[in-house]
Design a protein around this ligand. Structure first.
Ligand code: NI
Length: 169
């Protein structure tokens, strides 16, 4: 495993549409491992392949404090959304910033796992926010486009445990 460079806003790759994965390859498996390592190292709860410069529809997420629920979404498709949550959101590609974003409270997503087996995930709360945020990355969108408040600096005292998204404000 290796850490990868996280691309930051202004890098054109973050605005591109990512291609579907047709088959899992050793190279893509290595990418997934590296994405987890990079995400954990940066205290993020989600990371999309374009954020490390790879235009493929791959997302990794882990919303737990103890890194106990790693989720890989390959070619994810959000099938249903329900409800609403409004709260702070951040992104490893816009370091040190956050803003208010409204997202669905509940999403149903269909995807493939790292073995290309299809599965369905019911996500709620922070996990639903993470799924929406990361899927947006695959279509070249950053949360800034959806922000309902100006981007603000993450307060220093919170910076250490600031994750890619925060719980509701
Ligand atoms: Ni992000």
């Amino acid at each position: 495993m290796a850490l990868r460079n996280v691309r930051v806003e202004g890098d054109e790759i973050l605005t591109k549409h990512c291609k579907e994965v047709r088959e899992m390859t050793p190279r893509l498996r290595e990418l997934i491992d590296d994405m987890f390592e990079t995400m954990y190292e940066s205290y993020g709860v989600g990371l999309a392949a374009p954020q490390v410069g790879v235009l493929r529809r791959i997302v990794v997420i882990d919303c737990t404090d103890d890194r106990s629920q790693p989720i890989v979404l390959v070619n994810p498709q959000i099938k249903e959304t329900e409800g609403e949550q409004t709260g702070y959101e951040g992104c490893l590609s816009i370091p040190g910033k956050r803003a208010i974003v409204t997202r669905p409270m509940h999403v149903t997503v269909e995807a493939f796992d790292a073995d290309m087996k299809p599965f369905r995930l019911e996500a709620e709360g922070l996990l639903a926010r993470a799924v929406c945020h990361e899927c947006d990355h695959l279509d070249g969108h950053l949360y800034r486009e959806k922000a309902e408040s100006p981007l603000e600096d993450v307060p220093e005292e919170e910076e250490e445990d600031f994750e890619e998204y925060e719980e509701e404000a």
